[in-house]
Design a protein around this ligand. Structure first.
Ligand SMILES: Nc1ncnc2c1ncn2[C@@H]1O[C@H](COP(=O)(O)OP(=O)(O)O)[C@@H](O)[C@H]1O
Ligand SMILES: O=c1ccn([C@@H]2O[C@H](COP(=O)(O)O)[C@@H](O)[C@H]2O)c(=O)[nH]1
Length: 526
């Protein structure tokens, strides 16, 4: 299981956070809402930066212990190498209960099988957020305590969402959300047997209690509310021996996803809208210049001297690190000028009241595009010492040349939508060439509710004829602070040494900024 698109807190994070390819459903543990991914998430947005396709949403209904969760996991396993999948369990959406209700539940006298037992508006909201590629924070429910817990589980970035629960096909509006509706049908005696075994083993119940609750509430509700929804299903899947049905479903889903897939990176590079304002040099005194979303540091002799050292292939590693660090500080200092400041009056040690300024932002954080944004992150920490940090890993698919989102670790002020709208983010990456990574990173932030004009992209180098035009066109309110703009972005092919296992050398396309500084991350870290 990956922690990539879910909460980092130990109670919900299900592995230590590796960045590599991910396991399939064999590693699903206690939590029912799970995130699985294999080879990263391809772009879910178009050249204009707007989402082009919703997540593919599957709704699985059926009686308690009919095998809904099992079917969801089997689908994931059968899909094999796929982008991110979220399994959203309706069980998480039982309402918060009063102490009296909990006491009743402990005596098996609480009806959890009526549609009103579930917080349907919240379930619908979370499902819609995931469908619309936004982050969501899912409640955590304890079956042992019959209570909603205080923590929530952060989920983001699904290409496929599987919603499972006894009432998933109940609500007409909710039925409209699904791209595929499944009903898992099993014999009542099989469901009862499974439920006794599961509830005793996993939910801390006695056999007597399970039977009591089953006869009083579960069975009547199944007949009255759950089974009738089977008529809305596109497919009825048997609750056991269902391999063929699962294979058919995953074939259908794979086909649907293929149809939605788009090649992205080449389109960004080829787009060169004209008429965009020229870069504005920071701290320019000219008030007549058109405000620009690309701000380039003033090209002073000192700055040019730094770039000369950094561009020079002969520069020793320790000098390269020293000047990258210095440049990072200059860039961050410039970027901080774009934050809002408000007046603040203070009293000096001489007892004089003096007017001053203070930062007027609830939260400021940095998100580094791994790994070449790392030196800028250090620069940010030097300038704002308690800054919150996060990171994104975007890599290029060797076959399609598309960017793939492999890792998302965001600070809490971004993960929570209500906080996100008051948060300012410095997005940090060494260079903007094709702008494919920048596009993806900005889209991730916008999906979380960060305002465009609260994003400041900080970078050492921009390719003037690369994806920068498309980036500025798609996200006109995002400010980009760069140290230099180079003339060209050149496509070239390199041998790929990551594929030695197959005993053959593969070539892959890379984009090189010219004259450029080489691979900044490699020169800094290796
Ligand atoms: N096709 C199946 N074959 C064998 N056991 C199954 C199958 N489907 C479900 N089970 C078992 O039945 C129990 C309940 O299944 P689960 O998927 O949790 O039900 P639900 O999500 O519908 O409540 C689990 O212990 C599970 O392992
Ligand atoms: O506190 C609770 C909440 C729910 N239940 C029972 O859970 C099942 C639904 O979960 P499945 O995973 O689909 O079986 C429902 O029939 C409720 O009776 C509970 O016992 N206690």
């Amino acid at each position: 299981m990956s922690d990539v698109f879910q909460d980092e807190s130990p109670d919900v994070s299900l592995d230590g956070g590796n960045f590599g390819s991910l396991p399939t459903s064999t590693t699903i543990h206690a939590l029912k809402n799970t995130v699985l991914k294999s080879h990263g998430r391809p772009p879910w947005y178009g050249e204009d930066g707007q989402p082009i396709s919703d997540a593919f949403v599957i709704g699985i209904a059926g009686g308690s212990a009919s095998g809904k969760t099992h079917v969801a996991r089997q689908i994931v396993q059968s899909l094999g190498s796929i982008p991110t999948v979220v399994i959203l369990s309706q069980d998480s959406f039982y309402k918060r209960h009063t102490p009296e209700e909990v006491a009743l539940a402990m005596e098996n006298k609480m009806d959890f099988d009526h549609p009103d037992a579930l917080d349907m508006p919240m379930f619908t909201q979370c499902l819609m957020d995931l469908k619309k590629c936004r982050q969501t924070n899912v409640p955590v429910y304890s079956f042992q305590e019959h209570q909603r817990l205080d923590e929530t589980q952060y989920l983001y970035g699904a290409t496929i969402v599987i919603a499972e629960g006894i009432m998933t096909l109940q609500d007409p509006a909710l039925r409209g959300v699904y791209d595929l509706k499944i009903f898992v049908q099993a014999d009542s005696d099989l469901m009862l047997a499974r439920r006794i075994r599961r509830d005793v083993k996993e939910r801390g119940r006695s056999v007597e209690g399970v039977l009591d609750q089953y006869l009083r509430y579960v069975k009547p509700a199944y007949d009255n509310f759950v089974l009738p929804t089977s008529r809305y299903a596109d497919i009825i899947v048997p609750g056991s021996d269902n391999h063929i049905a699962i294979e058919l479903i995953s074939t259908h889903v794979r086909r649907q996803l293929r149809e939605r897939a788009r090649r992205f990176r080449p389109k960004i590079v080829s787009r060169r809208p004209t008429g965009l304002p020229l870069p504005v040099e920071l701290w320019s005194n000219s008030s007549e210049q058109t405000p620009s979303n690309l701000i380039v540091l003033p090209q002073t002799p000192q700055l040019k001297g730094i770039y000369t050292i950094l561009r020079d292939e002969a520069t020793a590693k320790q000098d390269f690190i020293f000047f990258v660090d210095r440049l990072a500080t200059l860039l961050i200092e410039a970027a901080v000028e774009l934050l809002p400041f408000r007046p603040r009056s203070i009293e000096t040690p001489c007892g004089v009241e003096a007017p001053g300024k203070e930062l007027d932002a609830v939260c400021v954080c940095g998100v580094t595009i791994l790994r070449s944004g790392g030196p800028l992150e250090r620069g940010l920490q030097r300038v704002i010492n308690d800054v919150l940090l996060g990171s994104l890993l975007v890599q290029t698919d060797l076959v399609t040349s598309e960017p793939l989102l492999l890792h998302v670790m965001l600070p809490v002020c971004i993960r929570d939508r209500t906080k996100a709208k008051n948060t300012w983010v410095f997005l940090l990456d060494a260079q903007i060439g094709t702008a494919a990574s920048a596009f993806m990173a900005i889209r991730v932030l916008l999906d979380h509710g960060i305002l465009q004009d609260h994003i400041v992209f900080v970078t050492f180098l921009v390719a003037g004829d690369g994806g920068i035009s498309a980036l500025r066109w798609a996200f006109p309110e995002v400010r980009i602070v760069a140290g230099a703009v180079d003339a060209h972005l050149r496509e070239c092919w390199v041998e790929d040494d990551t594929d030695e296992s197959e005993g053959q050398i593969r070539r892959r396309k890379v984009w090189v900024i010219e004259p450029g500084m080489g691979q900044i991350g490699d020169r800094y870290y290796l």
